[in-house]
Ligand binder design. Structure first.
Ligand code: NAD
Length: 470
């Protein structure tokens, strides 16, 4: 697949091989973009700003509705491409495509609701008979940098609100899984002015840095690891930033919880996309009073999961994105077991596949608890009561989302008030996300919000207009 620059598909002699994470076969080769390609993409986006700005909200909205229709028509092939590209089980790829189609629809609707505000100027002395109102205007060029794990929906979460707010875009998808985003860009381009959306491929450290430091870019919307997020924030200068970074989300189960539902939720939350989900359950915090009962159900449900070929509709857990990632997870589990954690199931690797793994009696100081482990591993930490649960939940540098199972409103309210995270989900796991809700973490998990309406707010600037009486 090719890059998209100024409405044209661009190939290059230098290529990067894209491999199927399950069987390591080469599935495509994408151009290895360089400084010149980035410069051309940025120049095209810079030129397209005016064209976009001259369009009415109605016209922008119609374009997004057109894209919605076209993506719907291509849903089956897009789902297959996601599975080939990043190894996600096909049933979850279908769900990702359905969500992506809805994300576009939300953007088409929201593009007609970008409101300013009337300011009561006469609330201040000197403001009598003065009319004041704000307008929300596009920022200009938005750089969208995306990770491998939700290659379509996370790209749409940046591109669609940017276009809805009349910004042009330079998209840089992950080189671990770029194909779906490139296909999406090709589809979208037909409905947009020339250069409004550009997609470049190449290595993060070269073309990524070029995009991040360019004076043409007005805003960077980045989703990925804490490490690259910090690097970007150091080099972005005065550009507006949204950083959607790593998570280490807890699932708390208290003594008054519905244990059956909590154990089911823990399985889906921990092993969805082989644990490669920013809001995946990464720590299971259990009240001692129900720990044994919960663990028995959790382990038994986990052992029923089908691990294997992601193209098989029966598969629940597919491969990790590459062998290096699988080995990293394996090493971290082995280290925890050597340090005293008890392996209840899993703990085995075959190539890029890693069996869903549960570790009991994990100490809060272990790396498996302190850092994000991007794989199908659930470390269990036992506690006594809500106070200790909140303390343990807050005991990492991350703060993306948290889930708590309890039937006690006071315990739920304490968690809502005291857990440091961008979102608290009561009686569902942290993996719960509706694409219109405000989404984004605190602490090292990031800055700013996505969720279409909120992304649009972050992709517009406010201008105050003051009209004085003659
Ligand atoms: P990553 O940080 O390795 O890469 C993300 C993107 O950054 C890729 O497109 C990569 O090419 C690019 N990049 C690399 N170096 C760059 C540079 N110097 N300048 C600009 N861009 C550069 O992340 P990944 O491995 O693709 O994804 C996994 C991580 O993403 C996990 O930590 C996960 O938690 C996080 N994530 C967060 C969210 C969220 O919404 N908070 C969602 C999904 C994934």
């Amino acid at each position: 697949m090719d890059m998209l620059i100024n409405g044209k598909l661009i190939d290059k002699p230098e290529k990067i091989e894209i491999r199927n994470p399950f069987n390591n076969k080469v599935i495509d080769r994408v151009p290895q973009g360089n400084h010149e390609d980035v410069k051309n993409a940025l120049a095209a986006a810079n030129r397209a700003k005016k064209t976009l700005n001259d369009l009415s909200s109605r016209e922008i909205s119609e374009s997004l509705y057109g894209i919605h229709e076209e993506l719907s028509k291509n849903s089956k092939s897009l789902a297959k491409l996601i599975t080939l590209d990043c190894g996600k089980p096909i049933k979850d790829s279908i769900e990702e495509v359905n969500r992506s189609i809805q994300t576009i629809l939300l953007s088409a609707e929201e593009s007609k609701r970008i409101y300013g505000e009337t300011i009561p100027m006469d609330a201040c002395a000197g403001g009598e008979n003065v009319i004041g109102f704000t307008m929300r205007l596009p920022l200009g060029v938005v750089a969208a940098i995306t990770p491998f794990n939700y290659p379509l929906n996370l790209a749409i979460h940046k591109v669609a609100p940017a276009i809805a707010a009349k910004n042009s875009v330079v998209l840089k998808p992950s080189m671990k899984a770029p194909l779906t985003a490139l296909k999406m860009a090709e589809i979208m381009d037909f409905y947009l002015p020339e250069g409004a959306l550009n997609a470049v491929t190449g290595h993060g450290r070269t073309i990524g840095d070029e995009i991040v430091t360019s004076p043409v870019v007005n805003k960077i919307s980045f989703t990925g690891s804490v490490e690259i997020g910090e690097h970007i924030s150091k080099h972005a200068g005065m550009k507006k930033l949204t950083l959607e970074l790593g998570g280490n989300d807890p699932l708390i189960v208290l003594e008054d919880a519905d244990i059956e539902k909590a154990a089911e939720a823990a399985v889906r939350g921990s092993y969805l996309n082989a644990g490669q989900v920013c809001i995946g359950v990464k720590r299971v915090i259990l009240d001692n009073k129900i720990a044994d009962e919960f663990i028995q159900k959790f382990v038994s449900n986990t052992k029923k999961l089908v691990t294997g070929d992601p193209m098989d509709p029966e598969t629940d857990v597919g491969p990790l994105i590459n062998k290096g990632a699988a080995i990293e997870v394996e090493n971290r589990v082995n280290e925890s077991v050597n340090d005293g954690a008890e392996l209840l199931c899993g703990g085995k690797r075959g190539g890029t596949l890693y069996m869903p793994t549960i570790l009991d009696n994990v100490d809060s100081k272990m790396k498996i608890v302190q850092y994000e482990t991007f794989g199908p591993v659930s470390p269990i930490i036992r506690i006594n009561g809500i106070d200790e649960a909140v303390k343990v939940a807050n005991n990492t540098k991350y703060g993306l989302q948290a889930g708590i199972f309890t039937n006690n409103i006071n315990n739920a309210m304490k968690a809502v008030k005291e857990i440091e995270a961008g979102g608290i989900i009561v009686n569902k796991p942290s993996t719960y996300r509706m694409d219109n809700m405000p989404f984004g973490g605190c602490k090292m998990s990031g800055l700013g919000k996505e969720g279409i309406k909120y992304a649009i707010e972050d992709m517009t600037k406010t201008k105050i207009v003051v009209i004085n009486p003659l």
